[in-house]
Design a protein around this ligand. Structure first.
Ligand code: BDP
Length: 672
């Protein structure tokens, strides 16, 4: 039915440290029974050690502290009050004949168990291991854009494994889903699409809450909280009220009863995610209310239950006029939210997309991260490859997300990167972190392209520890997924690390974005959105291209950044070249730092992009026989689609700009 991705627990040959690993001893103080979480930790360790090292593990559960104190060998799971540990943190120490996994909570023990498994799965020695791990982000979430009919908005891996025909699916796959995401530290998930229509609006009613409780319990066994996307107009659609005005007493009363019921069914329910006043979704603007008024209404009601209200900042006018140069979609999130800084309740979190537009292959970092100072924030990235190849083309996104996290916002004098801000370090916040739009579906391999599982894996690992490198994350994933052959490891690693730059080369140049087929967003269509209402333009003419977003002559977007960033982007000479066309209108004969003209850069990168895809394919071919055939075949089929796509992009983009500019390729290659 499906594979287990990085939890395959492939056999590890010649592993040296087997002697510590034959017994699991659980010392959870005086607890009468183990929690579900501890049970799951034991299950994972037992299965992993059995499959990877062929060890039949014995288990002993010790209830009293006295007994626990006498245990000196085996894998020892132990609760501790060590003050260096956070609630979800853990330590692992290998001493003598024992490996101690210690944590403050059951959840920490689960994460510690997965950490130990991860090390062994990579063939690492655990002798003398002595580590302490605390997550950098408190919220490590997935957002599924799954619809109740089983389709997935921007899903490229089959259908939903949560929903089908307006019903909730509860099967073994839900458990394996929970295992997969918990193993990389994800602790919250929103299972339904942010665009909440029809049956999905009813998820918060008796019709579905019973089954959701069962699902939430499964998740809880892996330390994961269930969240739902809610419809801001639910009081109208479900309650029959005339309005969903956040300041209306009946509306408030309706939500009170609704939320009370939700918590009666699911006492450990996480809260709501809301997309309001965006792309046709209802919101407070209809009633002349602010987004703070909208969010706070729900947050206040959720508060006594410990619930969280996550409000998306993806708010913009999708009915723009391309003739009006001053309106700029890139400005929208900042313009809509900066004035509300400090007005949101403390259990509200604003969820902000990494860039100001919409998950393009290259965008500047959203200026909201450096702007908001008294607001909880979550960084939203998209693992689903909507604009980065639909999980046909390989595109390892961790390097992109790393760049976002490492971006210096200059929000504070002593430095504050996006990672500092969304982790809560910068302003001492608790409710913040990272969310990814999930790339999963009910395909055999979960992610369409087997290689795309690296993005799901990597998101979790990065959200747990933003300081891990892209290279390390790739390596971890490869070693847990593929046989430990140098050739396999090196080839896959190289493919992953090159994949984002390569995708960027053959698609839209220097940060301008888009140029995709409208609606489905795969494949090239240079003018697809050009004279359209969605606000996504390249503004190419016979002399040049790019959007002037300067304060002096353009849309003013560059001015949304703190100094020295604003000045850096404002000036064409200091603007980072990979974003040149995002911030400036640039002539085709403009000389880039490489000495190449803009037009020659476009030609060259598009030819190179295709050549590099061909090289990746050659590398992959050589892995035949070294990795399981089914994996090899599936990825090969994707690579064929990628090559076709890359060629189409190359030819369309090059031809388009050749015809616009009339400038020939210096190297005389064939442009149509
Ligand atoms: C865009 C998608 C659209 C989503 C929207 C969102 O094209 O399907 O509904 O983002 O994030 O990327 O709400």
């Amino acid at each position: 039915k499906y594979n287990k991705c990085w939890l395959n627990f492939n056999p590890i040959n010649n592993y040296g440290d087997k002697e510590f690993l034959t017994e699991i001893i659980v010392c959870t103080g005086n607890k009468e029974n183990n929690s579900l979480i501890i049970d799951n930790a034991i299950k994972e360790l037992t299965e992993a050690l059995n499959k990877m090292l062929n060890i039949k593990v014995d288990q002993r559960i010790l209830a009293s502290e006295d007994e626990a104190a006498t245990v000196k060998s085996g894998i020892i799971l132990k609760l501790t009050d060590d003050s260096t540990l956070k609630e979800e943190g853990f330590s692992i120490k290998q001493i003598g004949e024992a490996v101690y996994i210690e944590a403050k909570t059951d959840k920490g023990l689960l994460y510690g168990s997965f950490d130990l498994i991860r090390r062994i799965a990579q063939g690492q020695s655990i002798r003398g291991l002595n580590i302490t791990e605390n997550p950098k982000n408190n919220f490590r979430m997935l957002n599924h854009w799954d619809n109740m009919d089983g389709s997935i908005e921007r899903g490229y891996s089959g259908n939903s494994f949560f929903f089908e025909n307006d019903e909730i699916i509860l099967d073994e796959r839900i458990v394996d889903y929970a295992r997969l995401i918990a193993s990389v530290g994800i602790n919250a998930t929103v299972i339904n699409n942010v665009n909440v229509h029809e049956a999905a609006t009813e998820l918060i009613t008796d019709r579905y809450l019973g089954k959701l409780r069962t699902m939430a319990d499964i998740f809880a066994g892996y330390g994961i909280k269930l969240y739902l996307s809610a419809n801001f107009a639910a009081p109208i659609e479900l309650g029959g009220l005339p309005v969903s005005d956040p300041l209306d007493k009946d509306v408030e009363e309706w939500w009170k009863n609704c939320i009370k019921k939700v918590y009666e069914y699911i006492p450990h329910f996480g809260g709501f995610l809301i997309k309001a006043d965006s792309e046709g979704r209802p919101g407070p603007f209809t009633y002349g209310r602010t987004h703070a008024e909208g969010a706070n209404l729900l947050a206040r009601i959720l508060k006594p239950y410990g619930g969280i209200l996550i409000w998306r900042c993806f708010v913009y006018n999708c009915q723009q006029d391309w003739r009006d140069y001053k309106t700029d979609r890139a400005r929208a999130a900042y313009d809509n939210f900066i004035g509300l800084d400090g007005e949101f309740d403390d259990n509200v979190i604003l969820q902000i997309k990494n860039g100001p537009m919409d998950f393009q292959v290259r965008e500047p970092v959203s200026p909201l991260f450096g702007g908001l100072k008294n607001t909880n924030m979550i960084l939203e990235v998209q693992a689903a490859q909507e604009y980065t190849g639909h999980q046909k083309d390989v595109c390892y996104l961790i390097p992109m997300w790393k760049e976002v996290l490492d971006f210096e916002t200059y929000a504070k004098k002593d430095g504050s990167t996006v990672a500092d801000i969304v982790s809560g370090r910068a302003y001492n916040q608790v409710n913040c972190g990272m969310a990814a739009v999930s790339n999963t579906g009910n395909d055999y391999n979960w992610t369409g392209n087997d290689l795309a599982a690296s993005n799901l894996y990597g998101f979790g690992r990065l959200a747990w520890n933003t300081e891990l490198s892209s290279e390390q994350i790739a390596m971890e994933w490869i070693k847990q997924t593929f046989p430990h052959e140098d050739k396999v490891i090196n080839t896959v690693h190289e493919i992953l690390m090159k994949s984002w730059p390569v995708y960027e080369k053959y698609t839209s140049p220097l940060g301008i974005g888009w140029m995709v087929n409208p609606n489905n967003h795969y494949g090239p269509n240079v003018d697809g959105y050009e004279y359209d209402r969605w606000g996504t333009y390249h503004r190419a003419d016979r002399d040049g291209m790019g959007v002037d977003r300067t304060v002096k002559n353009g849309t003013g977007y560059a001015g949304q950044y703190n100094e020295p960033l604003a000045s850096m982007y404002e000036n064409i000479e200091t603007c980072p070249e990979e974003l040149l066309l995002f911030f400036h209108y640039v002539r085709y004969d403009y000389k880039l730092k490489t000495g190449k003209t803009l037009i020659q850069h476009i030609y060259d990168t598009h030819f190179e992009g295709v050549e590099e895809v061909e090289k990746m394919i050659e590398g992959w071919k050589e892995l035949k026989g070294l990795i399981p055939d089914d994996v090899h075949d599936r990825v090969s089929a994707r690579f064929n689609m990628q090559l076709e796509n890359a060629i189409e992009w190359r030819d369309r983009v090059n031809t388009y700009f050749y015809r616009k500019s009339g400038v020939k390729d210096e190297k005389g290659r064939k442009i149509f």
